[in-house]
Design a protein around this ligand. Structure first.
Ligand code: KIV
Length: 283
């Protein structure tokens, strides 16, 4: 495999300017990091969705900074060249600007991330500004923001009426002005995403927000049939790894039970003289 060069901010801006779509996926551990590196994905998000996809919680809210740092470190070991974004978990930035900067810094110092992401618009502009001023690339996240799903009335499309769409358009402009290097739009109507993208000076990444954004994000577990609870409409299954693994596990159970596994190629032997000496010693 040809070694690729490190994806950095100028790489992403060049792609945006040249209208080359930017690819982004979530990732939570070393083997997944290794695979996304081989596939040449541009941006890898260690999402707090790990709470649901990997840790089995009902929401992302219980995820801690310690969880995020541990998983981001593992992903970084698998993908040295993707632009790695650490997702700031619930209550790691909402309380005050100082927390936001300190926790963003932890992703950079402890997990060698290239940037961080946080959810929210105007109400988070001071956090975005302070993190950017600390020299940390920060991605905004608008539309459906899962950490506020209770206030938003569930996991629903956001900005379907003109007034709410206007708020998202204004928030996107504000986040860009306050220093966000990129903005993720989750579950925003395609034409609203198109308007925002058309006016943006930073890469706009869409998740369930249509084809007009500068790039696309998907959740790894949705792409490969690895999340058993549901498959969101915005996800496309690119391969059913869940089915492959399940079939493999069923075959394993069958082979162990029928004594077909293990066979000689799967175990380690011992020289006869050594074995006989061992047995003699036991007599
Ligand atoms: O945690 C995550 O994976 C995310 C995406 C849903 C955008 O924030």
């Amino acid at each position: 495999m040809e070694k690729r060069s490190k994806v950095m901010l100028p790489t992403l801006f060049e792609k945006m300017q040249q209208r080359v779509p930017i690819t982004m996926v979530t990732c939570y551990d070393y083997p997944m990091g290794y695979l996304v590196e081989q596939a040449g994905v541009d941006i890898v998000l260690v999402g707090d969705s790990l709470g649901m996809t990997v840790l089995g919680y009902e929401s992302t809210l219980p995820v801690t900074m310690e969880d995020m740092i541990r998983h981001a470190q593992a992903v970084r070991r698998g993908t040295p060249n993707a632009f790695l974004v650490g997702d700031m978990p619930y209550m790691s930035y909402q309380v005050c600007v100082e927390d936001a900067v300190r926790n963003a810094g932890r992703f950079m110092a402890e997990a060698a991330c290239d940037g961080v992401k946080l959810e929210g618009g105007a109400e988070m502009a001071d956090r975005v500004h302070a993190i950017a001023r600390a020299g940390i690339p920060v991605m905004g996240h608008l539309g459906l923001t899962p950490q506020s799903s209770s206030a938003l009335g569930g996991f629903k499309v956001q900005g379907k009426d003109a007034a709410r769409a206007r708020r998202i358009v204004d928030d996107a402009r504000l986040l860009e002005r306050t220093g966000a290097f990129s903005i993720l739009l989750e579950m925003v109507p395609d034409r609203v995403a198109g308007l925002i993208t058309g006016r943006a000076g930073v890469p706009i990444i869409g998740l369930g927000s249509g084809p007009q954004a500068h790039g696309q994000l998907l959740i790894f577990h949705d792409m490969f049939g690895l999340y058993p609870r549901f498959k969101p409409k915005m996800a496309k299954v690119f391969g059913n790894a869940g089915e492959v693994i399940l079939n493999g596990l069923k075959a394993y159970v069958t082979e162990v039970q029928s004594r077909e596994f293990p066979s000689a190629e799967n175990w380690f032997g011992m020289k006869d003289d050594q074995y006989e000496e061992l047995v003699r010693g036991l007599e």
